[in-house]
Design a protein around this ligand. Structure first.
Ligand code: TRP
Ligand code: ZN
Length: 850
């Protein structure tokens, strides 16, 4: 049974565990409905504390036997764990429990996916495997013995003895329980090898179900690149003889960094040109790198408690972004990351779920694997690097790795390393970790006697539980352009520390045009009175690729807002500027493809809400359609030219160059489809020999309302491939018209290929509806009711995924009274559901409370 009133956990309540563990030995006797887990754990009193309470977490376990130093004991058992009287000296705890992996639909703990056993222990899943102090500051070396009839039996660390029906593994590196992993199944390996720079040979394997061997090569190459990159850039070497990656179909997130045995959502590993898009390949490369980089930032140095989650996640996201920037285009990666940061993190920060990068309390930790912890957490690392400079950044990281290797560390430890390296006081910087909300940076300027002054004012709006926000240190990268477009002041980082602050530039011949927050040097919202002429000027001349893109985006956005507010026709200045920019063959095609992207429906709704207006989702959809039509008209000659010129003739590779060309050609195809009624898209669909081309053609046809036949053909071709079928679900829903989206989603949820047990499939349908704002927010309320129905159904099976999807409702206060009432009714219905999970109770409750 679930708690009646879920408990809130507070950062300030931290206290160390009363015992340390010298060794853990686990034996698993696998059986789908009755797996036995036999544990041998060597405890000794922790000299750092006098607290001698002995509490072991454990949930849903059937205790068969328990012994201390070989003597049977009878612990006191609750739904959360057990307590027991123990000696005030080192002792051995032994227990045998029984669990039911085949009945585990939550995908947390030991569960079964497509006939194989696998685990997910972060954050608190190990307690569903055996009784243990399931907290990240308790670290121990693990020996594991697996008994079962599967062909492949894997766990963390290095392989030990094997024989018919068993395998042993030894992990010499002390680790917290959340990094434990076990996999057993009839898997096949795509093998490889890597030699570290000190000459250690590491066996690499990508383990998949038979039939998927042909989709592993890219993941393996990505892994090798990541291993080499971490040596070159951070001086970090791998530390075991073997590195295993396993692909599983049923997984709540992207992937998991278990020591030496990463477990991946198959969508984040498997790729072939026929079945995966360029975007899929890039995502695989970055997730493989992310999980690999955790070996140092997360595993060797872990978190003291879950409040410190950003310590490993923010830093590791930052590292994987650096990796992608180095492997591909730094400018394109930065722009793409800021698009997601604004779409997900700014949205979160502006609503009922806003929380600091290091939260001070939580009810369910699984609800805090958020855009704020991950993406804003990564921005904080980037700001630190900007503030101290590259050299000191890497010196600080070296100190971090030597000082804290083997530790369960805190944000304070992290900042201290930078303070000790640079002599800087980072107490003001720390506010970025403790204070929620996105700062507004208002900029005004003065020009007098050759002296140019920029005045900044910072203000952060209140967030739930935090009314006052003192000023933070903000690194503002600025450059100045002269009237003819030359750069007269190169990028300079202004360090703002006050609520209001001015910076002066002398000796300029003419009033410059400022390029502010270059490279998006801080996660803030810049507000400045400017006009479209200046935006067009920056779009043409800025040397900073991010701000150049930003100028185009701002231009598109101001035109769209004018349409929404005053019914203005599509902005000619934008149409001229974007046509000139996209036709400029000196520019990177990938950059041009990004520049063709328009502000999303959600971004526009957010902008209107910020301005105190009430967004109308249908009107936003129409404004965007109107702009797309006008743009097609303006690009009547350019679109076919671009489409033809950027066809890739070489054999398929997912590299940056080819994917950039395809991205631009496909953007041109979308424009062309508005002009030719879908003829070019139909041709491309028929002739495509890779998924990037096939899918973009299908998307164009669906959007044009002429995609039914192609969708059927796509289904017939790919019905046997789960990952491709997910795309089929998603594409139809995201391209549906506002008044049809909910009904189509509903129809697809009764399709024989729909199942709510697979999170990818669930997201492919219901997540796609959420990604179609005009459809989801249709005034009928049908979208709201459908999502709520499915969340209520999913919650008892998989509360983690249900709660995550419930965040779709977080923007509800933006909308008109009618929509607010409809959403409130659905949230109340969810909250009134008997036995609702802690995950959903927290999320739906926090959303409803505003
Ligand atoms: N640590 C994982 C990562 O970021 C995240 C993760 C994977 C996760 N599976 C999870 C978090 C399940 C919570 C629950 O790489
Ligand atoms: Zn991570």
């Amino acid at each position: 049974m679930r708690d009646a009133a879920p408990q809130t956990i507070h950062l300030t309540d931290y206290s160390p565990f009363g015992y340390r563990i010298d060794k853990v030995a686990l034996t698993f006797r696998l059986a789908p409905h009755a797996t036995r887990v036999i544990s041998h754990i060597e405890f000794r009193p922790n000299p750092d504390t006098a607290d001698r309470r002995f509490f072991l977490h454990g949930e849903g376990l059937r205790l068969i036997s328990a012994m201390i130093d070989g003597q049977p004991v009878t612990p006191e058992i609750t739904p959360e764990g057990l307590t027991c009287t123990v000696p005030d000296a080192p002792f051995v705890w032994q227990a045998e429990v029984e669990i039911d992996p085949a009945a585990n639909t939550a995908l947390e703990g030991l569960y079964m996916s497509s006939g194989m056993y696998c685990t997910q222990c972060e954050a608190e899943g190990f307690r569903k495997i055996t009784y243990y102090p399931d907290r990240p500051d308790v670290m121990a070396p693990f020996d594991v013995r697996i008994e079962g009839d599967a062909k492949v039996l894997l766990s963390n660390g290095n392989p030990g003895a094997t024989g018919p029906g068993f395998a042993e593994w030894h992990d010499p590196w002390p680790k917290p329980a959340y990094l434990f992993a076990l996999v057993a199944g009839d898997l096949v390996a795509h093998p490889g090898e890597f030699t570290t720079r000190s000459g250690r040979k590491v066996a690499l394997n990508i383990w998949v179900r038979p039939g998927d061997e042909g989709k592993c090569a890219f993941a393996l190459e990505s892994l090798k690149k990541a291993m080499a990159w971490d040596e070159q850039v951070y001086g970090r070497e791998y530390d075991l003889d073997i590195f295993n990656i396993v692909a599983v179909d049923d997984f709540n997130m992207g992937a998991m960094e278990n020591k030496g045995l990463n477990i991946f959502n198959s969508a984040a590993v498997l790729a072939s040109p026929e079945t995966a898009t360029d975007a899929n390949f890039e995502r695989i490369e970055s997730i493989i790198a992310h999980e690999y980089f955790h070996n140092w930032t997360g595993n060797r140095i872990t978190c003291r408690d879950w409040f410190q989650l950003c310590l490993k996640e923010g830093l590791t996201v930052f590292r994987d972004a650096q990796f992608t920037a180095d492997m591909r285009s730094a400018a394109v990666k930065r722009i793409a990351d800021v698009i997601t940061l604004r779409a997900r993190q700014f949205r979160e920060d502006a609503g009922p779920l806003a929380h600091p990068v290091r939260p001070a309390s939580f009810v369910e930790i699984n609800n805090f694997y958020t855009a704020t912890v991950y993406e804003k957490g990564a921005e904080l690392i980037g700001m630190l690097k900007t503030l101290v400079g590259d050299e000191d950044y890497y010196r600080a990281l070296d100190l971090y790795f030597t000082r804290h290797d083997g530790d369960a560390a805190t944000v304070e430890d992290w900042l201290k390393v930078f303070e000790d390296t640079t002599g800087r006081d980072l107490s003001q910087f720390k506010r970025w970790y403790t204070d929620a909300g996105t700062p507004r940076l208002t900029v005004t300027e003065d020009w007098k006697d050759g002296r140019y002054t920029l005045h900044f004012e910072q203000k952060t709006p209140p967030t739930p539980g935090q009314d006052e926000k003192p000023p933070r240190v903000i690194p503002i990268a600025v450059g100045l352009l002269g009237p003819n477009g030359d750069e007269v002041v190169e990028t300079t980082v202004l360090e703002m520390t006050e609520a209001r602050q001015s910076f002066t530039f002398d000796g300029l011949g003419a009033r410059p045009v400022p390029s502010i927050l270059r490279g998006f040097s801080a996660p803030v919202i810049v507000e400045r009175e400017t006009d479209d002429a200046e935006r067009a000027f920056l779009l043409a001349h800025d040397t900073d690729p991010f701000n150049r893109w930003e100028a185009g985006r701002a231009l598109a956005r101001s035109g769209l807002l004018a349409t929404l507010r005053k019914g203005a026709a599509p902005d000619q200045r934008y149409l001229d500027a974007i046509t000139r920019l996209t036709g400029d063959e000196t520019l990177d095609p990938a950059f041009r493809a990004l520049a063709l992207g328009l502000p999303g429906e959600d971004e526009l709704a957010h902008a209107l809400h910020e301005a105190g207006e009430t967004p109308d989702p249908q009107a936003i959809w129409e404004a965007l359609e109107g702009l797309r039509d006008a743009r097609a008209e303006a690009m009547k000659t350019l679109a076919p030219t671009l489409f033809a010129r950027h066809q890739v003739t070489a054999s398929y590779s997912p590299d940056a160059e080819q994917s950039g060309s395809r991205a631009l050609a496909n953007a041109a195809l979308a424009i062309l489809t508005r002009l030719d009624g879908g003829a070019a898209a139909a041709d491309q669909f028929a002739s495509a020999d890779n998924m990037t081309l096939q899918l973009s053609a299908l998307s164009c046809l669906l959007r044009a309302g002429t995609g039914d036949e192609a969708a059927q053909a796509f289904y017939d071709q790919w019905r046997g491939d789960r990952l491709v079928l997910d795309k089929w679900f998603t594409l139809q829903i995201v391209n549906a018209r506002p008044d049809e989206a909910a009904a189509l989603t509903e129809a697809l949820t009764v399709h024989p290929d729909f199942t709510m047990k697979n999170p990818n499939r669930f997201r492919a349908a219901l997540g796609a509806l959420a990604a179609n704002p005009a459809g989801f927010h249709h005034a009928s309320g049908k979208g709201y009711a459908l999502l709520a129905d499915w969340l209520i159904r999913l919650d008892p099976l998989n509360p983690q995924t249900a709660a995550r999807m419930c965040t779709t409702f977080e923007t509800w206060r933006r909308y008109d009274k009618g929509r607010q009432n409809l959403i409130a009714a659905q949230l109340d219905r969810i909250l009134a559901t008997p036995g609702l999970s802690r995950d959903m109770t927290e999320i739906a409750g926090r959303i409803r409370a505003v």
